[in-house]
Design a protein around this ligand. Structure first.
Ligand SMILES: [Zn+2]
Length: 237
């Protein structure tokens, strides 16, 4: 799947999950209360995190986000994880990435800002913001935009971010499972899970069905998030 589809799926997954992660009756002490700005910040993080599993692809779009830095990182991640669509495309990776980012956001906020800068940069690259013929200019613009977004989010309490990162990674895995190659969802069990509804990357199904459906879902879920309380009180009155 293309980066923009993954980023859209991450945003939709986050907005759909907000009522769950804030539900104290369901999650008890694991539930979080989220302000409107935390919901928006979570959507940004989740969209970027939905690109993280492809860090195992040494020649993909993501590998060129920040030039040699991401190229080397992707080679290293690919070598450690067993190649493209192995360990990073699993529930175990999603949970591990969520736990690690949650820990840094809680205990080492400056490290978290570095991770946030990186994750936002991936998201911007994934949705295709940049210059078609220049990776250098695109990387520079991504870095400036990501820096500005991190600056805007510097005062937001992000101690719920593990949910957003895990959900973003899971959204990516679900998306890749819809393609013929599938993913080893239950890694280290190697068996691949696939429901091949999308036969070709950036083909008609992805461009004309998946992307519009995800955009529609995001619009509806964002309106629900923004007006949820008003709608509930209107229905009750
Ligand atoms: Zn992937």
């Amino acid at each position: 799947m293309m980066g923009y589809t993954h980023a859209l799926s991450g945003t939709a997954a986050w907005l759909a999950a907000v009522p769950l992660v804030t539900n104290e009756a369901l999650l008890g002490s694991f539930a979080v209360s989220l302000s409107a700005e935390q919901v928006v910040a979570g959507a940004v993080v989740c969209a970027g995190a939905a690109l993280l599993p492809d860090l195992d692809h040494h020649d993909g779009t993501i590998a060129n986000t920040y030039g040699p830095i991401t190229q080397v990182l992707c080679k290293v991640v690919g070598a450690i994880s067993g190649g493209h669509r192995h360990a990073t495309h699993s529930v175990a990776f999603a949970v591990g990435a969520g736990y690690l980012t949650d820990w840094t956001a809680t205990h080492a906020v400056h490290v978290w800002w570095g991770i946030l800068f990186f994750v936002v940069g991936l998201g911007l690259r994934g949705i295709g913001i940049g210059f078609q013929k220049s990776d250098n200019l695109t990387g520079l613009m991504n870095a400036l935009l990501a820096g500005a977004i991190v600056y805007l989010m510097r005062d937001v309490d992000m101690r719920y971010v593990g949910y957003a990162v895990t959900l973003g990674c899971l959204a990516h895995v679900v998306g890749d499972c819809l393609t013929p190659r599938g993913c080893p969802v239950f890694w280290p069990v190697q068996r691949s899970v696939e429901i091949p509804l999308i036969s070709r990357t950036n083909g008609r199904t992805e461009r004309w069905v998946m992307a519009p459906l995800l955009t529609l879902a995001i619009t509806i879920l964002a309106v629900r998030s923004a007006l949820g309380d008003e709608i509930t009180s209107l229905l009750r009155s």
